[in-house]
Design a protein around this ligand. Sequence first.
Ligand SMILES: [Zn+2]
Length: 120
Amino acid sequence: MSGHLISTAAALVGCRRCARTVLEGYDGGQLIRADPAPLAPEDELLALLGGRHTYDLHLMGLPRRPYLIWRCTFRLRAPRRHQVVATHECTPTQHLNAGGPPINLIASYRKQPLPEKPPF
Ligand SMILES: [Zn+2]
């Protein structure tokens, strides 16, 4: 069995850009990051029209673990049997100090006098 077309269970992780919680897992060797909120059919249509892919949140194995399965045309036309999620729409948050003066990261300390008799 080849290891390059793997599918792994999705896990909730934090997005590295916007810090929101996303579902992350491999589907057919491709890393998928999806927003965990399930979509209604009309929301799925809006996501598809917006250029996002949608995935079935398929529970498999024992214990049940979620796998992201890409909704191809066959899955899109079939009746829904799983929750549907869409590709993560990342909106990076603004950095705390964007455009402001640089923050001085050097901590000041008070210089202590050396003891007359060293402790060692
Ligand atoms: Zn993000």
